[in-house]
Design a protein around this ligand. Sequence first.
Ligand code: UDP
Length: 248
Amino acid sequence: MVPSRLEILGCPLDRVTMAQTLDILRGYLKTDKFHLVVTIGSEMIVRAQTDHEFREAVRGAALVVPDSIGAVLAARYGGYPLRERVTGVELTQKLAQQLGPSLRIFLLGGAPGVAETAAHKLLNLGPGVHIAGTHDGYFKDDAEMVARVKASGANVLLTALGFPRQELWLTRYGAACGVQVGIGVGGTFDVLAGRVQRAPQIFQNLGLEWFYRLALQPSRWRRMMALPKFALRVLVGGKRAVRPMANP
Ligand code: UDP
């Protein structure tokens, strides 16, 4: 049972901590249904405002966790503070550490070789983790990939295909893949594989992780334009922009 769900600019956001998220995932793994988990950030919320298909995918998710500082600040501004961020990187690591033996993970995404390296890192993190399979994110044939994931016997599918593709792919094919949990994890494999540095803790604590990433990868500036847009829309929207939402 999800504690309580907010709506930020039309996108759901569940007010969960990392510990609650792991408990919820434990529950999902005991079912025979597919559950989409979205790790949401400000850029995704801005995208969802104009991308109907993406918005419906996020609204249809079983769980939407607060990945970015923007989501945390918006919730606080609306009067519904969150206890912490639940980022894709940390969720993936904690999954391996705490749910190890009940996992058969398929890692789908990243440049060739990245998912394999990330998988090795996960094996070292969590005793008993089973890697069902890996594949890069530059495949063409969706049906073939679905068959591959299904044949692997995975129960958790991590997609690192960038948004909105990773969430849309899970929405379309997650159930057919036979997994109980599908999580869109963005650049997580790159971080696990050591290809991209996460911001030092001090930047994370100050809510400036976005700034650090921009400094390292200036080519992201166009994407970053979503951040002031997000802030402005939340500020202008006030109580209508951030409000409680009925649980699905
Ligand atoms: N990616 C992929 N297939 C694609 C496009 C992107 O596998 O068609 C991967 C890309 O290699 C990267 C990840 O998706 O590993 C997206 O990373 P990004 O830093 O954009 O994610 P963020 O965490 O910022 O959403």
